[in-house]
Design a protein around this ligand. Structure first.
Ligand code: HEC
Ligand code: HEC
Length: 263
């Protein structure tokens, strides 16, 4: 420095010091400045997610739900249905609707997880609505299965049958079996109320009750049938009917066969 200071009037040294100052200021600014773009990265990626969802929506959904998502004669509005409704409908394969009918039918899903999340983010960006439940909300590990059974019989059994096997409703509609539902789908069904299913808000069914119900359905999904066939788990009536028709039928057939052989 002393060496440079002594010769600072020389043009070459002045130029070198100017360069050094420029690099120091520029480098310092860059180091401080990079903080902001890094913070903005999260928002930017969700913005591209919404954009991706919009493209998928325009290609696969707008023909029925309209370009602005306000619905048409072919389909209801999606404004305000929330990410949860989209995730439920798309992950169970109900949407995109394959064929018009009394009720959307579940089937193989058409969009992978990334695409489903993008569609959900796009619909959620139009208007606020129920969000996709987080991991904590669907963690029913500490929930009471027995209490879940009581709550299920009070709130869900009339449509889905006591053992969650599903059942017929009026006008050709039906409540599906719950044997393949994931905890996330159960939660989403409860907060969005698809088709003729009512919405179970946190006021009607607090979160811990929802968890208890999920725990009960999980128990049903994994329960074994010690007697052999489950027969829809409908209980003694079905078992009796099975006995009368199948077993007695077989006994009669054997009796007739013996009779024919004896002639
Ligand atoms: C062939 C027409 C058609 C297509 C294509 C279609 N939908 Fe639908 N959608 C419907 C109809 C009809 C309903 C109402 C049916 C029902 O509730 O059983 C519906 C219902 C929904 C619902 C439930 C709305 C609510 O109020 O809870 C959501 C969410 C949805 N659609 C999302 C989508 C998405 C996302 C796509 C594209 C991947 C899509 N739909 C493609 C016809 C369609
Ligand atoms: C009034 C009748 C009714 C009641 C009560 C009802 N549901 Fe439903 N539920 C339905 C119908 C109808 C559907 C099918 C909706 C569709 O296809 O769009 C359904 C669908 C579902 C699904 C999606 C299943 C699948 O195929 O992916 C789940 C999960 C579910 N219900 C859980 C419940 C739970 C848990 C309760 C009680 C808290 C309940 N439901 C109460 C009628 C009902």
């Amino acid at each position: 420095m002393k060496f440079l200071a002594a010769r600072r009037r020389q043009p070459v040294v002045a130029l070198a010091m100017l360069l050094f100052a420029l690099v120091a200021v520029g480098g310092g600014y860059a180091a401080v400045g990079t903080v902001r773009p890094a913070e903005a990265a999260g928002a930017a990626s969700s913005q591209t997610q919404v954009e991706m969802g919009k493209q998928l929506y325009l290609q696969g959904c707008s023909s029925c739900h309209s370009l602005q998502s306000q619905g048409s004669t072919r389909a209801p509005t999606l404004i305000g249905v929330g990410a949860a409704a989209v995730d439920f409908q798309v992950s169970t394969g109900r949407m995109p609707l394959a064929a018009p009918g009394v009720q959307a039918v579940p089937g193989p899903r058409q969009y992978n997880e990334e695409q489903t999340a993008a569609l959900a983010a796009y619909i959620a960006s139009l208007a606020p609505g129920p969000a996709i439940p987080n991991a904590e909300q669907v963690d029913f590990a500490s929930a009471d299965v027995a209490e879940g059974g009581v709550l299920f019989r009070v709130n869900c059994q009339q449509c889905h049958q006591a053992a969650g096997q599903g059942g017929a409703l009026t006008q050709g509609k039906y409540a599906p079996s719950l044997m393949d539902s994931t905890p996330t789908q159960m939660y989403e069904a409860m907060i969005t109320g698809p088709e003729s299913m009512p919405i179970f808000s946190d006021a009607t069914l607090p979160e811990e009750n929802k968890k208890a119900i999920m725990a009960y359905v999980d128990y049903l999904q994994n329960a074994s049938d010690p007697g052999g066939l489950s027969l829809g788990r409908l209980g003694p009536v079905t078992e009796g009917l099975f006995l009368w028709t199948a077993v007695f039928g077989a006994l009669i057939a054997v009796a007739v066969w013996i009779g024919i052989k004896a002639r």
